[in-house]
Design a protein around this ligand. Structure first.
Ligand code: ADP
Length: 465
C-alpha cells in the first residue's frame, strides 16, 4: 500500500466505499421489496380463501343438474355439495381446494399433493411449507354450517410466485453493480488525476530547480484558489526569496573577495618592493606601516563578514541579556568625545536607566559605527548630537551637520559594500551601516535616515520598549 501512488490509493478507497454503498443500497431495496411482495402474496391468499368460503353449500337431495348454472356438484354424504361458479379455484397462482377432515381431496387441485398432505390443517393461519426446493404459503379455513361442518378449505401459493417478480431487480443489480463499480473506478481515477495534476507540476518544477539549481524557475499553476494553488503560490514566493537571498549572497561573496584583493595586492606589492633591493631603515619602517594598515583593514573586513554570517546563522553566537543601554551609549560617547577628530564637538542627551534585552557587544558596535560615520562625514569644527530617550519605544538618534546624503542614495547606504560619493576620499569598507541595520533587526528594531546634502544627517534607531 505504501508504494502505491496517492492517485491509486484515492481511487481504491473511493471505489471500495462506492461499491460498498451500492451493494448495501441494493441489499436494502431487495430485502424491502421482497418483504412487501411476500406480504402481498399472503394477503391475496387469505382474501381468495375467505371469499371462497361462501361459495360452498350442501344440499340433501340426490339430484343435481350440472348443465344449469356452470356450478360444480360433488356427491357428498347423503346429498351433494354445490361449488358456486364464483369459486376461485386457481387465480394468480393461488390454488384453492376442498378437503374432508380426513385429508381426502373433494374438489380443486393442488400444486403438490404430497406437500399438501404433509401439513396438518390449521384454521385461519398462514403456514409455510418447503417442498421440492420450493416454498409454499398455505392458508386453511375450517367450514361451518349446515352439512359443511368439518370440511376444510385450503389455499396454497408458491413463494416463488413472488420472488419471480424480484428476479428483474436481482438481474438489474447484477449488471448495474459491476458497471457502477467500473464507472466509479474509471471516474475516480480520472478525477484523482485531475486533482493531483498541480502536485505533479509542483514536483516537476521542484525537480527542475533541484537538478539545474535554477532559481529563476517558478511553478506558475495559474489562476485558482484551492489548497494546491495556495501551496504553489507560497512555494513560488519562497523560491523568489531564496533566489534573492542567493543572489545577495553571491554578490556579497564577490564584493568581499574584491575588497580583500585590494589590500592584499598592496601588501604583496610592498613586500616585493622591500625584498627587491637593500632598503634604508626608514623605507622598511614605511613599508611595514603600509602592510600594517592594510592588514588592519583586512582584519576588520573579515571580522565584519564573520559578524554578518553569525547574525544570519544563529542566535547562539550573540546571546542576549538585559543591557543598560543608557550606560552603554554614555560610555561610548565619553570615549569617542576624546577623539576630537576635525575638532568636532560630541554632545549627548541621554535619558538614564533605559534597559534593553540584547547583546552588549553588538549594540556597542552599532552605536560606534553611527558615531564614527558622524566623524568621518562631519565637517571641520562640526557637531555630533547623540540622543537617547524612551517614548513608547526606545529611540536613539545620532545627528551630524556634515556632508549629508543625496536623496537617491539614502536607501542604498544600508546595502553591503555600498559607499556613497562622500566616501570617496575616506577610509571605510561600506559595511558599517549594513551592520547597523542587521544589529537593529537582530534586536527587533529598525533604522531610518533623514538627511540633506550640505546640512547633515540624522540616523534614528528604534527598538520596542
Ligand atoms: P563606509 O565604510 O563607507 O562609511 P557605511 O556603510 O558606514 O560605509 O556607509 C555607507 C555610505 O553612507 C557611506 O559610504 C557614505 O557615503 C554614507 N554615509 C554614512 N553615514 C553618513 C553620514 N553620517 N553622513 C554622510 N554620509 C554618510
Amino acid at each position: 500500500m505504501k508504494n502505491l501512488s496517492i492517485r491509486v490509493k484515492i481511487t481504491a478507497w473511493f471505489s471500495g466505499i462506492m461499491a460498498f454503498i451500492v451493494a448495501v443500497t441494493f441489499a436494502v431495496i431487495f430485502w424491502v421489496s421482497n418483504s412487501v411482495t411476500q406480504k402481498n402474496i399472503q394477503d391475496s391468499l387469505i382474501e381468495i380463501v375467505e371469499s371462497n368460503v361462501d361459495e360452498i353449500e350442501f344440499y340433501e337431495e340426490k339430484n343435481y343438474q350440472t348443465e344449469l348454472h356452470g356450478d360444480q356438484y360433488i356427491e357428498y354424504l347423503d346429498g351433494y355439495l354445490e361449488i358456486d361458479d364464483d369459486f376461485l379455484d386457481q387465480v394468480n397462482g393461488i390454488y384453492s381446494s376442498l378437503y374432508q377432515e380426513t385429508g381426502k381431496l373433494l374438489y380443486g387441485e393442488n400444486p403438490s399433493v404430497r406437500a399438501d398432505l404433509e401439513l396438518p390443517f390449521s384454521d385461519g393461519r398462514v403456514q409455510k411449507i418447503r417442498w421440492d426446493r420450493d416454498a409454499y404459503y398455505v392458508y386453511d379455513r375450517l367450514l361451518s354450517g349446515y352439512g359443511v361442518d368439518g370440511l376444510w378449505l385450503r389455499g396454497m401459493v408458491s413463494q416463488v410466485q413472488g420472488t419471480q417478480q424480484l428476479q428483474w431487480l436481482v438481474r438489474l443489480s447484477l449488471i448495474a453493480l459491476p458497471s457502477l463499480f467500473v464507472l466509479a473506478v474509471i471516474g475516480g481515477y480520472w478525477i484523482a488525476g485531475r486533482a493531483l495534476n498541480p502536485v505533479y507540476k509542483i514536483t516537476q518544477a521542484a525537480a527542475q530547480i533541484g537538478q539545474g539549481q535554477d532559481l529563476n524557475k517558478r511553478i506558475h499553476l495559474g489562476s485558482g484558489t484551492d489548497e494546491l494553488h495556495q501551496l504553489a503560490d507560497v512555494l513560488d514566493s519562497m523560491i523568489s526569496r531564496l533566489d534573492k537571498a542567493f543572489k545577495a549572497e553571491r554578490q556579497f561573496t564577490s564584493d568581499a573577495s574584491h575588497e580583500l584583493r585590494t589590500p592584499m595586492s598592496v601588501i604583496m606589492a610592498q613586500c616585493e618592493y622591500i625584498l627587491e633591493d637593500r632598503r634604508t631603515p626608514k623605507e622598511y619602517e614605511e613599508a611595514l606601516e603600509v602592510i600594517q594598515r592594510q592588514g588592519r583593514k583586512m582584519s576588520k573586513l573579515i571580522e565584519d563578514m564573520l559578524c554578518f554570517a553569525r547574525l544570519e546563522q544563529n542566535q547562539e553566537s550573540y546571546p542576549k541579556e538585559t543591557v543598560d543601554f543608557s550606560a552603554l551609549v554614555q560610555d561610548i560617547c565619553e570615549d569617542m568625545a576624546l577623539l576630537r577628530d576635525k575638532n568636532i564637538e560630541l554632545d549627548r542627551e541621554i535619558e538614564p536607566d533605559i534597559f534593553l534585552p540584547g547583546n552588549a557587544m553588538l549594540l556597542t558596535r552599532m552605536v560606534t559605527n553611527l558615531i564614527s560615520n558622524g566623524y568621518r562625514y562631519g565637517k571641520q569644527d562640526g557637531r555630533i548630537s547623540v540622543r537617547l530617550k524612551c517614548e513608547g519605544s526606545i529611540l536613539l538618534s545620532v545627528e551630524d551637520n556634515g556632508t549629508g546624503i543625496p536623496d537617491e542614495q539614502q536607501e542604498k547606504i544600508f546595502g553591503r559594500f555600498y559607499r556613497g560619493d562622500s566616501a570617496r576620499f575616506s577610509e571605510g569598507t561600506g559595511l558599517g551601516l549594513a551592520m547597523v541595520k542587521d544589529i537593529a533587526k537582530y534586536h527587533g528594531g529598525t533604522v531610518k535616515v533623514a538627511s540633506a546634502v550640505g546640512e547633515g544627517s540624522r540616523f534614528t534607531v528604534k527598538f520596542p520598549a
